[in-house]
Design a protein around this ligand. Structure first.
Ligand code: ZN
Length: 338
């Protein structure tokens, strides 16, 4: 992940905020999505009243999907959204309450990373400005919103949102239920599996894309999620192992899934990558773990609690995989290890 390797760009910092920022409520995701959408129109100044309709809409929909959207017991703003959903509040009142209550913390909290101001600023807070109160949207945000990656960032934000709310709702953040978040290869979704049913949480492409900065895991070329040619969900240790006498962790699971471009996927076929590539996967899995629940708990359940344990699991799995299927594939040289 670029940001965690010290690469500071408008895109890398945005991804870090979405994937690594602290969450006590899901406002941040709604706020990020709203900012991207409004900035795409090219406006460089917005009032809270401008932001309120889209922001409230996203949170009202989220509450219908999943009643728990924060860790706090009560929130006046979320109560207003609930009242709107229940038909007890009209739309104008909802928007007014949203402008009054909904942005209190998120405007300050959104640009925080690891307790500090993020190195890229996307807006200036001018709420107290007497003549033109609101937010000044900076070029960094306007460029991001008009870039070819804007849609991907939006999809990644939605995926992260679904994962976080699922963790809160199900207790995956307490690790007990981590094994129930599984990969469904037919739909390419992460699915919550209980005795009674399977429920889609989010698509795995959007869930993983941010951690590899929208680039192919093997050749490092950029890939857009909307393109017909990619990204492709790729098994690092080949799925074919499951048709052999495979003794090792389930290869049809998130620890072993990466996104690749079409040419790399076609070239690799049913082979493991050369072992010199494997540190990339180890690092990526550690990046997933650092972004906390629920993928943290899922990855730990699949490959080990500590970095040392995960390293040993991966090494053993690789050894066994290449005993069963000895041919390996060398990814294009030099692009991937940073
Ligand atoms: Zn590639």
């Amino acid at each position: 992940m670029d940001y965690r390797r010290g690469v500071v760009t408008g895109e890398s910092v945005w991804r870090a905020i979405v994937l690594y920022g602290v969450n006590s409520a899901t406002y941040k995701f709604a706020f990020g999505a709203t900012l991207l959408e409004i900035a795409a129109t090219g406006r460089n100044h917005v009032t809270l009243e401008d932001l309120a309709p889209q922001y409230a809409e996203l949170l009202c929909r989220a509450l219908q999907r999943q009643p728990r959207q924060g860790t706090a017991v009560r929130s006046k703003f979320l109560d207003a959204c609930r009242a709107f959903n229940a038909g007890e509040l009209d739309r104008d009142t909802l928007h007014r309450r949203t402008a009054q209550l909904g942005f209190n913390n998120v405007i300050d909290a959104f640009p925080q990373l690891g307790g500090q101001q993020a190195p890229v600023r996307y807006y200036e807070d001018q709420r107290k400005h007497s003549a033109t109160p609101g937010l000044v949207l900076r070029d960094e945000l306007l460029e991001l919103a008009s870039s070819v990656h804007a849609q991907d960032l939006d999809a990644e934000t939605t995926a992260r949102w679904r994962l976080v709310e699922t963790a809160w709702a199900t207790g995956i953040s307490n690790a007990v239920l981590a094994p129930s978040l599984v990969y469904d290869s037919v739909t390419q979704h992460l699915v919550l599996k209980t005795k009674q049913r399977r429920k889609s949480v989010t698509g795995v492409v959007a869930a993983l894309s941010g951690y590899q900065d929208g680039r192919c895991a093997y050749c490092n070329e950029g890939m857009a999620q909307g393109d017909s040619a990619g990204p492709i969900v790729e098994h690092v240790l080949p799925w074919k192992l499951l048709t052999r006498r495979w003794r090792g962790p389930d290869v049809d699971a998130i620890w072993n899934l990466v996104l690749s471009c079409w040419p790399c996927n076609q070239a690799k076929r049913d082979r493991a990558p050369h072992e010199t590539w494997m540190p990339w996967l180890e690092q990526r899995n550690n990046d997933l773990i650092e972004s906390r629940h629920p993928l943290r708990e899922v990855l730990m359940a699949q490959t080990g609690e500590t970095a040392a344990a995960r390293h040993a699991t991966l090494k053993l799995a690789y050894q066994r995989a290449t005993e069963l299927l000895p041919a390996v594939w060398a990814p294009p040289a030099g692009a991937h290890i940073t």
